[in-house]
Design a protein around this ligand. Structure first.
Ligand SMILES: Cc1cc2nc3c(=O)[nH]c(=O)nc-3n(C[C@H](O)[C@H](O)[C@H](O)COP(=O)(O)OP(=O)(O)OC[C@H]3O[C@@H](n4cnc5c(N)ncnc54)[C@H](O)[C@@H]3O)c2cc1C
Length: 512
């Protein structure tokens, strides 16, 4: 669509790289170590604690989040049946996080892999939003082309071939800062509160604005920017989808804080709870960032924004099955601490573990059912059942909180009053603590310390972001699912079933 918005054109000119120039910066990645190496020396602008970070890969707060993504590469090598799939696009095996879903079975396998990754990392491993973006862009670019005669789908396929060959990570930038929630993008006092096209040139477009809360944004090689809500005619410059390398000129990352994140900078690893793995969210600012035409997948087709968001959320809300992997860790931690405390034989302890498991498996069942009930879209790929995906995510907004409450119950108050690792190591304080904080005689006190810290980490600390608050707001706050459930619940059809059985329908026909 040709329309130059004079109101928001800043006139900024960047190096207008071609798609080929951008891909030339990448080399195929296989192992986790190669992934970590690929993030070095990118020259990205990152702020954390009011300072520019020289090399994010080496920062103690950032590194655990990189380790979690690294695990997605290592799992593909260790367990290819689970974490890879055959790509028809490049006729080769690819990481399942980059696979285009060709069947309901692909979606089921995706869910199983997500649960496994949750078990292995105990955190948000940051690759699902990108995976679900890949799925939604396949069908939405196809549908836009059918309606508008554009060539977005071929651009998408060309991008995906490179993405799969290079085994890159794609981050999903959907959520805009949004400013005044009662106003539309074009009505905001500051036009940049929603990301928009700020300029069009012969070679491509420039985008300006920001994407908030982006999971693994800094750890991604590429970022997909997409509209966050339905758009109207006046919002057409906000109806933009583009693929941008994470090191593109004009991008600034501002790192999100997480509860207890500075523990990662302390000596020792016990008080960190989960020293190896963590999640990551960043504010990604796009200060007139150039995107070549080859990487523009929507530009002004505002009528497709709502359907794109709906399809993304259908995929992504079932992806919250990953929380069942974290739930498995919580059940294990609660059972272990009860064991260390000598309380494991009590019937109420067993009952609480049963309740935790019941809640966890309820989440799993809605996700896996959603995948089994997938249907084919006109572009040829499959999309899981939207109603069941919304039910899955709605369960996720609640059950991890109850599972955490039960884990905290079984852990006892020590999980929040335990002295530091340094006190345990101290010449005078250490022996006192080891005398008074012993549990079951044959269990080393350090095991107790570590397990309590893990429960703290996942329910109050860094990884409570991934287990709790992300469960609440990620892929949309609870009300967003209720709106979708309302839209899909077909209450009139159900009233018909009731009228039939109550003998009312016959009378209605008689009256007519
Ligand atoms: C840990 C985490 C990771 C995330 N990762 C990603 C990611 O990778 N990519 C991405 O794009 N996004 C991501 N998100 C963003 C997520 O999708 C949003 O948090 C979610 O959509 C809610 O938006 P918000 O945070 O701006 O909250 P708000 O929109 O401010 O919502 C707060 C409350 O206000 C209500 N509300 C909001 N607007 C209205 C309105 N107009 N009318 C009535 N009520 C309203 C909501 O229902 C909610 O109860 C992530 C979020 C979190 C917490």
């Amino acid at each position: 669509m040709e329309h130059i918005p004079d109101r928001i054109d800043t006139g900024v000119q960047r190096r207008e790289e071609s798609a080929a120039e951008r891909w030339a910066r990448f080399a195929p990645i296989t192992t986790g170590d190669e992934y970590v190496a690929s993030l070095r020396n990118r020259g990205v602008t990152v702020y954390l604690f009011g300072e520019l970070v020289a090399e994010p890969v080496d920062h103690p707060i950032i590194r655990p989040s990189i380790n979690a993504l690294k695990r997605t590469y290592d799992l593909a090598v260790e367990d290819p049946d689970l974490a890879t799939a055959h790509s028809l696009l490049i006729d080769a095996p690819v990481n399942r996080f980059l696979h285009i879903v060709g069947s309901p079975h692909d979606l089921v396998m995706k869910n199983r892999m997500q649960r496994r990754m949750g078990q292995l990392t105990g955190t948000c491993f940051q690759r699902c939003a990108g995976l679900d973006t890949i799925s939604v862009l396949h069908s939405i670019t196809y549908d836009i082309d059918q309606a508008h005669g554009t060539s977005y789908h071929q651009r998408y396929l060309d991008f995906m071939k490179e993405a799969q060959r290079n085994n890159i990570i794609l981050g999903a930038g959907m959520t805009d800062p949004k400013g005044d929630r009662s106003k539309r993008p074009s009505e905001q006092a500051d036009p940049d509160l929603f990301l928009h096209v700020s300029r069009r040139t012969e070679k491509g477009i420039y985008v300006r604005g920001a994407k908030a809360h982006m999971t693994g944004g800094l750890n991604s090689h590429w970022i997909a920017v997409m509209p966050t809500m339905n758009m109207g005619e006046k919002d057409r410059d906000y109806a933009v989808v583009g693929l941008v390398p994470g090191d593109a000129e004009g991008i600034t990352y501002i790192y999100g804080r997480q509860s207890c994140d500075t523990r990662a900078m302390e000596a020792g690893d016990i008080d960190k709870g989960n020293a190896q793995y963590g999640g990551q969210e960043v504010l990604v600012v796009f200060d007139d960032v150039f995107i070549p035409h080859a990487h523009v997948l929507m530009d002004g087709e505002y009528g497709f924004a709502q359907e794109m968001v709906a399809r993304f959320t259908a995929y992504h809300r079932a992806s919250y099955v990953c929380k069942t992997g974290l739930g498995d860790v919580m059940v294990g931690a609660a059972a272990a601490i009860a064991d260390y405390n000598g309380a494991d034989a009590a019937s109420h302890v067993k009952d609480k573990l049963v309740e935790m498991t019941h809640l966890n498996e309820t989440i799993f069942s809605s996700a896996i059912a959603s995948s089994h009930e997938a249907r084919q879209l006109p572009s040829g790929i499959f999309m899981n059942d939207a109603m069941l995906a919304n039910v899955c995510k709605h369960n996720v907004t609640r059950f991890p909180y109850e599972i955490s409450r039960l884990a905290q119950d079984l852990a006892g108050g020590l999980m929040v009053t335990l002295p530091s690792e340094q006190d345990f190591d101290h010449d005078v304080a250490g022996p006192i603590l080891k005398k008074y904080f012993q549990g079951r005689a044959n269990v080393p006190i350090e095991f107790r310390q570590r397990m309590l810290r893990l429960v703290e980490n996942m329910t109050l600390g860094r990884n409570a972001v991934g287990y709790l608050t992300e469960s609440l707001h990620g892929a949309g706050s609870p009300q967003a699912q209720r709106i979708q459930i309302l839209r899909g619940m077909e209450v009139e059809r159900k009233k018909g079933y009731a009228r039939d059985l109550a003998g009312i329908r016959q009378q209605e026909h008689g009256a007519a």
